[in-house]
Design a protein around this ligand. Sequence first.
Ligand SMILES: Nc1ncnc2c1ncn2[C@@H]1O[C@H](COP(=O)(O)OP(=O)(O)O)[C@@H](O)[C@H]1O
Ligand SMILES: [Mg+2]
Length: 315
Amino acid sequence: MGQEPPEPAAQAGRIRAAGVERRFGRGASRVHALGPLELEVAAGEFCCIVGPSGCGKSTFLRIVAGLVKPTAGRVEVTAATANPAAMVFQNYGISPWKTVLANVRFGLDLRRVPRKEANARARDWLGRLGLADFADRYPAALSGGMQQRVSIARALAVEPEILLMDEPFAALDAQLRTILQDELLEICQADKRTVLFVTHSLEEALVLGDRVLVMSARPGRLIAERVPPFARPRTGEVRRSPEFAAMQAELWELLRGEVEQASGREREPDRKRQSKQDRETGADRQTDPDHETDPDRRTDREPKQGGTRKEEVAP
Ligand SMILES: Nc1ncnc2c1ncn2[C@@H]1O[C@H](COP(=O)(O)OP(=O)(O)O)[C@@H](O)[C@H]1O
Ligand SMILES: [Mg+2]
């Protein structure tokens, strides 16, 4: 985090990922978590990424945020400010020992925004998220939905050019999730900025996204993209449209095989899984866990998807 005051959100950022990969660990326990992944997110775009559990979604967001280094490839962020990105985490990531106001002010304090201005901006965002009356409370006194609103207010208070959101509503119940999705829709349409939003909910991705990208099971790569055909500004009403249901079903067809593969993986250790896959596919694969995956092998990993393959994103 730097020291300069944030610029207006009008200067939205651009993200470009080229050949991004990440591996964790060493030797036999080395895990190829992500990639290679190619992605461009335009300034002001709301880009959603869906993918099965463990496919590297959080890792990718952390790489974009600069919190994790890629093992290969790079991410370029074009931005007007030194600290263009703010992140919202699934588990809220707020400090229990700070008041709601101090939590929302956190990024502004780091940027050394004068206290009076910082308080005013924090209160403004608390008001926009319906938390004006809770400024002096501590997070423990708030429900999960309210805590996540605090975490969103904290991220938005610094007016980031890029908002990175990692399954922010996954811990909330279905009704609350719908309400927060609709609130986020309104906020982001009122104040356009680049958003990279990771979720495992297709519904969420379709309501919110200008574009929905589908990731494969680990190591996560982009296997498809769709553009929800809903004009902006849109509301949660799009959930009721026939196009919504159709695209949700189509995306689920794409994702299903990846989710099955990811959940199968969780039940078996890597080594056993690999030999099982070799038997199933007859693939002649190296046993080095660090080997680069043969792109041709991807055909056995892709879900059945009828005539949709032409729209796939190149791996
Ligand atoms: N710091 C780490 N050390 C070792 N393995 C990690 C680390 N972070 C993530 N992983 C592994 O990388 C894979 C992708 O993780 P993650 O990015 O959290 O997936 P997702 O967010 O899609 O569920 C998982 O197998 C996970 O266990
Ligand atoms: Mg995650």
